[in-house]
Write a protein that binds this ligand. Structure first.
Ligand SMILES: Nc1nc2c(c(=O)[nH]1)N[C@H]1C(S)=C(S)[C@@H](COP(=O)(O)O)O[C@H]1N2
Ligand SMILES: [Mo]
Length: 314
């Protein structure tokens, strides 16, 4: 993995190739952000200084769309372990204990291991990635994550020959997470990826957002980010990562199998049974905008699905 130093990045360089740009976009106007995010996420965000400095350009994704304001990213959340009220998550999650935190990596691997969250921060270089997040409900954001590629963690664990999928499990703790006392869902939250999806360079284990460690409402201290899939695949509060042979059954597949499939790739041509997926509301914008195939990451991930029927494999 190439670690990008802020000193190496100029705006011109970021346009050289799209892959580099996806990693570096955050540094165009935010030289301080990457410099400050060594092993620990930066203690102070530079985002407020940036917006107060007229000479500094607005930070955008690689398509030129501005970051969703910090206030919305951390104030409008889906985290059903707490509540289904998006504007109520932050308050309910305020006292959540994201430290100490242990993540177990196991299943079909050569080297199963337990990590403390601080081990993960030390072992893997943290980088910034600006990604679009498209919720299956039809709204979207542009979010500057901090984290490390999931591929690095999987490579270190060493999948055995029969590992085909990755299963992620979130924390089960109804005392801390009042939403888990309800019976609508089969807790804990579980998600899964095919191994090649998990190994794709876009797939991120996020430890921070907007230059700081993750707020509880965004999935502290560790969550997945899979930007070409609907947001529900990006599981928060991860405590287990297992390499497995069979496709894992996610919480959403269990809850509504006709509405939520294993793949959940963003696809404007395949509607949800109850609403269209052709367009979306970008938080902060008045007009709806067209939803892009694979959320705009077709160049990076389209080949993963070559020859597949994306209507059957929704
Ligand atoms: N553990 C867990 N992870 C979760 C969810 C959840 O309810 N529980 N909601 C998902 C959904 S539907 C979305 S859209 C994103 C929202 O992430 P954000 O609040 O950080 O924007 O988190 C996903 N990850
Ligand atoms: Mo979502």
């Amino acid at each position: 993995m190439v670690k990008i130093q802020s000193s190496e990045i100029t705006p011109e360089q970021t346009y050289l190739d799209r892959r580099t740009f996806l990693r570096a976009a955050g540094a165009v106007a935010g030289a301080g952000v990457l410099a400050a995010c060594g092993t620990q996420p930066a203690a102070e965000s530079t985002s407020t200084e940036e917006s107060a400095t007229p000479s500094v350009a607005v930070r955008t994704d690689e398509l030129g769309d501005p970051l969703t304001p910090h206030e919305a990213v951390t104030g409008y959340n889906n985290y059903y372990e707490f509540t289904t009220d998006k504007e109520g998550v932050a308050e309910l999650a305020k006292e959540f204990r994201a430290s100490p935190w242990t993540v177990e990596v196991g299943g079909l691997v050569e080297s199963p291991r337990k990590f403390g969250i601080e081990d993960l921060l030390r072992a893997f270089d943290q980088e910034e990635r600006i990604y679009r997040l498209r919720c299956v409900e039809g709204w979207s954001m542009v979010i500057p994550w901090l984290g490390f590629p999931l591929a690095a963690l999987i490579e270190q664990a060493g999948p055995t020959g029969d590992a085909r999928y990755v299963r992620f499990e979130a924390l089960l703790d109804p005392e801390q997470m009042p939403g888990q006392k309800g019976r609508w869902f089969d807790w804990p939250y579980v998600e899964g990826l095919r191994l090649d999806e998990a190994m794709n360079d876009l797939t991120l284990m996020a430890t921070g957002v907007y230059g700081k460690s993750l707020p509880n409402q965004n999935g502290a201290p560790l969550r997945l980010v899979v930007p070409w899939k609907y947001g529900f695949k990006s599981i928060k509060g991860i405590v287990r990562v297992d390499l497995v042979a069979e496709p894992p059954t996610s919480l959403w597949m269990e809850a509504a199998p006709n509405e939520y499939g294993f793949y959940a790739n963003v696809n404007p041509t395949v509607d949800h049974p109850r609403w269209s997926q052709a367009s979306e509301r970008r938080i902060g914008e008045a007009q709806r905008r067209a939803t892009l195939m694979f959320n705009g990451y077709e160049q990076e991930v389209g080949a993963l699905y070559a020859g597949m029927n994306l209507r059957a494999n929704f």
